[in-house]
Design a protein around this ligand. Structure first.
Ligand code: SF4
Ligand code: SF4
Length: 233
């Protein structure tokens, strides 16, 4: 899930003052920001109270199912069209993807109410860790399911580095070196560590990323069709 944290309230106020906004509509997200307790119903109610204390009118608020889902967010904003029209700005308590989806769905200026910090694993309630940077060329098959790109602070594919001491990381000194963990798990599973993990294909991470599953399926179907036809000729 996308991990978010509250944005400095003074930045939010500066954004609203920048366009002379007095009335604000709030939107949250029923998925990641709700789990992270940054953009669910309680957080929207708290933000509404904070804005009212600061002299703003809150015309309403809504928590859609998934803020980054264009169809769902358009539907949600259509349901609240009157409250949004009565607002000078929309403040979104979701990740940046959700903020952009709302900005594509309404005609009012849209501002982020949170900071998006990383793609995270939920370790337990309220505790999140970054384990993957969505690099598009995964090496977990070679590294026993431990990502060196993310969990080694230097992002080294091959390690340990010269700073590792007694199994511990030289950067995050309270943590075990990621490469020590990788080698131990591989050994425990009777697997042989790769001599060298080859350089990654960074072109797989060109921005902005996009993926159309429909297009992929069409391409696969065309390939299957070509193979079948080739086999017959
Ligand atoms: S190598 Fe690491 S960053 Fe890349 S996809 Fe795999 S887990 Fe994610
Ligand atoms: S000690 Fe290990 S985890 Fe820490 S920076 Fe060096 S290789 Fe990476």
């Amino acid at each position: 899930m996308i991990i978010t944290k509250p944005r400095d309230f003074s930045r939010i106020i500066a954004n609203l003052e920048g366009i002379g906004a007095k009335r604000v509509f709030l939107m949250g997200c029923g998925q990641c920001a709700t789990v992270a307790k940054t953009g669910g119903e309680p957080e929207l109610e708290a933000m509404a109270a904070q804005l009212r204390d600061a002299g703003y009118e809150v015309t309403g608020w809504a928590v859609g199912e998934v803020a980054c889902h264009l169809g769902g967010t358009k539907l949600e904003t259509r349901k609240r069209v009157g409250d949004i029209a009565a607002a000078d700005a929309v403040l979104v308590l979701s990740c940046g993807a959700g903020v952009q989806t709302v900005a594509d769905s309404v005609d009012r200026p849209v501002f982020p109410g949170l900071e998006s910090v990383f793609l995270g694993n939920v370790i337990r309630a309220g505790v999140f860790e970054e384990r993957c940077q969505t690099c598009g060329d995964c090496v977990l098959d070679l590294t026993a399911g431990i990502c060196p790109v993310t969990t080694c602070p230097k992002g080294l594919l091959n390690g340990p580095c010269g700073g590792m001491w007694d199994g511990m990381c030289e950067v995050l000194t309270d943590r075990e070196c990621a490469h020590v963990r990788i080698r131990r798990r591989l050994a425990e599973q009777g697997r042989v560590a790769a001599k060298v993990v080859p350089p990654k294909d960074f072109s797989a991470k060109l921005k902005p990323g996009s993926l159309s599953l429909r297009e992929e399926r069409r391409r696969d179907a065309r390939k299957r069709h070509d193979v079948t036809q080739g086999g017959r000729s």
